[in-house]
Design a protein around this ligand. Sequence first.
Ligand code: DOR
Length: 439
Amino acid sequence: MSSDSSLLIRHARILMPTGDILLGDVLTRGQEIVQIAPDISASADREIDATGLTLLPGVIDPQVHFREPGLEHKEDLFTASCACAKGGVTSFLEMPNTRPLTTTQAALDDKLKRAADKCLVNYGFFIGATPANLPDLREAQPTCGIKIFMGSMRGGLLVDSEEALDPIFAEGSRLIAVHAEDQQRIRERREKFAGINDPAIHSQIQDNQAALNATQLALKLSKKYQRRLHILHLSTGEEAELLRRDKPSWVTAEVTPQHLLLNTSAYEKIGTLAQMNPPLRSPQDNATLWQALLDGVIDFIATDHAPHTLEEKAQTYPNSPSGMPGVETSLALMLTQAIQGRCTLAQVSNWMSTAVAKAYRIPNKGAIAPGYDADLVLVDLENYHPVRREELLTKCGWSPFESWNLTGWSVMTIVGGQVAYERGKLHTEVRGQALRFDG
Ligand code: DOR
C-alpha cells in the first residue's frame, strides 16, 4: 500500500470523542483520519462495508512484556505484535525486563530497531531503573518513561529501598511507572510460607499489605518532588481507597482485566496459570477496583501481557514463573463487560485508548477525529465467540480466559491507515511506527 493510499469505512457505528455514536463513514488518507461524516461522497483506494460493526480508536496497551531480546522462546516482537493486531491493540508500551535489560540508550536503540523491523503495530519502550543508572534515566530518548520494580524482581532492575528510590524521583521530570510491591515483606513471607506448593499461597505471600506499603512509599516520594508517577497494575482495594483519599493531580493508576475479572478462586481451576505479580486478589478487591475505575480513581487499563511457556508454567510452585498473556483478549473482555451493562462503550474506549494517550502524552492518538492517526479497530458487538487456545497468536499459546465466551472481537484492526488484521487474517507486511511522547 502506498504511503498516501486511502480507506473509506462505510456505515460504521463510530464512537465519537464526545462518547456519542455516529452512524456514518470515516475516510483516512496515508496515516491520518481526514473526514468523518454521515455520508462521504469521496472515493478511496479501498472501501470497507462496516454495516453492523462499531469503530473505536485502536487500543493503546501501556504495559506489556514482549520478551525480545533474550527470551524469544516465550514471545518475540513479531508474534506479540500479531497478537496485538488480532486483539485490536494498535500501540504498546513495553517493559525493560528483557535480556539485556533495557537500562541504557544502546539497549533502547536496539529494541527500537528490532521493532521497526518486525512490529505490525506502533511501539514505545520504557527505560528500566537500576540503583546506578541515573544519567541513562535522565537522557535516554525516545521513551515513554522510567520503570521501577520496587519489588517482585531479581537482579539489576530491583530498586527496593527508599535511599535508592529517592534520587530517581528527585532527578528529572519524565514519568515514573512503578511496580509497587514491598520486597522486604515478600522476602519475610516467602520464608514464613516456605515449603507450600499450592500456588494459591502466592496471593498470601505477596499480600495486599505488600502492595499497599510500596504504593504508599511511591506516593510519598512523588509528593516530595511533585514527580509524575504512574502506578502500574493496581491490585488491591486498599490501594484504590488510598488513592481515592489522596491522589495528586500528577499521579495516574491502571488496573488489568485479570485483576478486575479473576480472583483467588482461579487457582483451583487453572493452577499456576493464575500466578502473576502482583497476585490475583479476593472478589471484594475485584469490586473495589471496579468502583475505583468507574469513579475515575483508576485512570486506565493495561494487560501486563507477560507470557511464559506452558512447560515453564507446569513447574511446581514456587518454581513456576509469574505472568499471563493478555493483548489478544483485553478489548473483547472489556467490551463484553460493557455489553453486559457494567460500564459503557465510551468508558472502555477511554480506559483503553484516550486516557492512556493523555497520560503518556502521545500526540494524535486515542480519538476518532480529523487530523488524528488512523489507528482504528472495527469490532463486532452482535456475536459471541469463545477464547480458544488453538486460535491464539501469542507464542506462549494459552490464556487464563480460555472458554470465556466474549463479544466485541476485532473484525479489522487498522494501524496508521493500513489494514493489519481482518477477519482472521494478518497482513504481516504492515509495520507500525515508533510512538512519540511530548514533554
Ligand atoms: O507477573 C508478572 N510477570 N508481573 C510482572 O510485573 C513481570 C512479569 C514478567 O515479566 O514475567
